[in-house]
Design a protein around this ligand. Sequence first.
Ligand code: EPU
Length: 420
Amino acid sequence: MDSFLIEGGLPLRGEVQISGSKNAVLPIMAATLLTSETCVVRRVPDLSDVAFMAKILRSLGAEVTLENGTLTVRAANISGFGDYELIRKMRGSICILGPLLARLKDARVSLPGGCVIGTRPIDLHLKGLRALGAQVEVDGGYVRVHAPRLDGQMVFLGGRVGPTVLGTANVMMAAVLAEGVTVIESAACEPEVIDLAHFLIAMGAKISGAGSPTMTITGVKELHGAEHEVIADRIEAGTFAAAALATGGEVILRGARPDHLGAVLDKLREAGAQIGSSAGALTVKGSGVIRPIDITTMPYSGFPTDMQAQLMAVACLAPGTSIISERIFESRFMHASELMRLGADIAIEGPSAIVKGGQPLSGAPVMASDLRASAALVIAGLSAGGSTQVNRVYHLDRGYERMELKLQALGARIQRVPGE
Ligand code: EPU
């Protein structure tokens, strides 16, 4: 397994191009299953999760090519029965369920397991599909959904902690080919859901209200092929912004969308970053002083859970006490104990982490536990004295395109050490 070796202590300086969004492209890839015609998707990031999703589409019978950031899918003849092992391994693949049900009226996929960040149930996805008329059977590790026809309905998708991103995507993708009108109440408002809606509309779907809690979908008989360019990855942009602040550097984020980063930029400013925006770019500058922050993760437009770990790394550098509360995923604090190996002072009290920052961090070998936790460890390693080895960076490769090369171009001393 590859690892990153980081010699910390240098400020990041320069420009970085922000890649297409992982969490936008995965459901968009699933949406290509809704038509037998060719779909072309541009600005597709080169990530292992994307390669994996391409494999899943191929296993269902789709023709898929992926070259230089352009993905072409033709799902002319597909099966609704997915490969158990493939689908089980990537949680994001659950969003093939809605399109397969809509197109074939019968789909069976393996149930995604929990993961290190929490239990991650799919009850809301299934509730939404049931409301449209699907029968749902869970048996032998599979979930099967089938319906002779789907009918538009009012569907309430709010859960224990609010809306569900991929659940909203699944119900949307089933509703686009249903008879009549579906209204999703408490729909997820994330920019990735809006990007999916734009792709579906380009395919001929009738959707209004995407990006608001009430989304209306009027079913159509069929969808056609379409072209689309994926939005910039707000979490990648936020991660580089946090790294700029943590290292006291200055980084221009080309292609970043400030309109998708409101809560993140607000907290970075509070922590001491100077932020400017110009056409097509954001500039983030560390002022040399880092202040403590209080953060509570929430559904969009609140502070994203996918940036919680990276901001915890920043909080470790701020003299004083920061409180970081995680409200979306119950066990998304695995990075805390690894940050402590670098010298951080963090106590976990229920859903909150109390970070007493300001002691200099010093390099150590650490273990990445999930994608965003790994990003936090890289940020901490870049700002720590000495060398940090981040093990298991395959987690990072799932969601950050060529991260070490982008950081090297910003002046960081970071290299990939191939594992055996
Ligand atoms: N939930 C339920 N029932 C459901 C579905 C979700 O109770 O049927 C709960 C979850 O347990 C969680 C909350 O609702 O407490 C929100 O989960 P959500 O369904 O929104 O998460 P997701 O759609 O499975 C996506 C992203 C995650 C991101 C979350 C929250 C993708 C592929 N994944 O997951 O991204 O953290 O939304 O914003 O889009 C990441 O990129 O590192 C990542 C984990």
